[in-house]
Design a protein around this ligand. Structure first.
Ligand SMILES: NC(=O)c1ccc[n+]([C@@H]2O[C@H](COP(=O)([O-])OP(=O)(O)OC[C@H]3O[C@@H](n4cnc5c(N)ncnc54)[C@H](OP(=O)(O)O)[C@@H]3O)[C@@H](O)[C@H]2O)c1
Length: 294
């Protein structure tokens, strides 16, 4: 790989702790976009079969021990570059996190940056458990698995500018990434962009069912709905018009859209969506263990 000086991850070392679906999406995206080489990545996983699978697919070195993976990714190791950073990405399920943090305590190099994508795990809790202040907390979503994700992330004050650039570059490998101001906004993004695919899939399912109800075969209804949703989003993005304006453009007097809108408003669709997002936000806060007022 040609190392670009504009690539903040050039020469960096990355350790993925818990190589499941999300870690693999990140590894695949980083390699596909040539932001890092396989030699820069190590991973850990408790199962031999999974370690072998990832080594075969990506040629990344895999360890059974989480601690060993972190030590392997210490900065200024084999690479020797003084500017190269080192990122430790926590990608285990929330219920495994406490055990993993206990294991990693004392193994981190002061210059290593901890990046957690674990839902609900607060920076303060991770930093406190690891005795390591540089922590980034991020919330990706499922389309990240095909490089079309939306990731919101925030950092503790100890994370320097160089490390922030590394994080932004890493999450760009999953699609779009946005730095938010604080963890309250991570909870808000959890409700909106991370839980969001659920809202879309439910609407997609309901529309396909409605197509079947009218008499379309399921696969025809699915094709019609999928392309309609994709095209509508791309159109909204490209036109840069307010959604209400776009909706008005297709609502002719006495027409089909007017009739459909009347029924959606009568059924409270707008209110239901708003309540769903608010409920998800409150749940995100509760799962984090406390209200975040940062
Ligand atoms: N998937 C998403 O769209 C998404 C979105 C936002 C945030 N997240 C967050 O991202 C994290 C990872 O999610 P995921 O979907 O990638 O989950 P996942 O596929 O279950 O990945 C977690 C991996 O960690 C492994 N593991 C279990 N115990 C471990 C240990 N002690 N040490 C190291 N690895 C261990 C698991 O192995 P086994 O398979 O053997 O259990 C599994 O392969 C979660 O905290 C989730 O909240 C995910």
């Amino acid at each position: 790989m040609e190392k670009s000086t504009n690539n903040p991850l050039a020469g960096a070392r990355l350790a993925f702790i818990g190589c499941g679906v999300m870690a693999e999406a990140l590894i695949a995206g980083l390699l596909r976009k040539q932001l890092v080489t396989a030699e820069q990545i190590v991973g850990s996983h408790p199962r031999t079969a999974r370690r072998e699978e990832l080594y075969t697919k990506y040629a990344t070195r895999m360890f059974a021990s989480n601690r060993e993976a972190v030590l392997e990714a210490h900065p200024n190791g084999a690479d020797g570059s003084p500017r190269a950073g080192s990122l430790v990405i926590l990608a285990v399920k929330p219920q495994r996190l406490t055990k993993v943090l206990h294991e990693l305590k004392g193994s981190l190099h002061p210059e290593q940056l901890v990046v957690s994508i674990v839902a609900g795990a607060r920076c303060e809790a991770i930093a406190g458990e690891l005795l390591h202040p540089s922590v980034v907390r991020a919330m990706p979503n499922t389309p990240a698995q095909i490089g079309q994700g939306m990731t919101a992330w925030t950092a503790t004050p100890e994370v320097n500018e160089f490390q922030q650039n590394e994080v932004a570059a890493m999450f760009a490998a999953l699609g779009e990434a946005m730095r938010v101001e604080n963890e309250r906004q991570i909870d808000m993004a959890t409700a909106l962009s991370a839980t969001g695919p659920t809202y879309v899939f439910l609407m997609m399912e309901a529309l396909v069912d409605a197509g079947v109800h009218m008499g379309f075969s399921r696969h025809v209804a699915q094709d019609l709905v999928e392309q309609m949703m994709l095209g509508s989003v791309l159109f909204a993005r490209e036109s840069q018009k307010h959604p209400a304006e776009l909706r008005n453009m297709v609502t002719s007097p006495g027409g089909t859209s007017a009739e459909a809108i009347y029924q959606m408003e009568k059924g409270g669709l707008r209110t239901v969506l708003s309540k769903a997002v608010w409920a998800a936000y409150q749940r995100a806060e509760a799962l984090g263990g406390k209200k975040s007022n940062e």
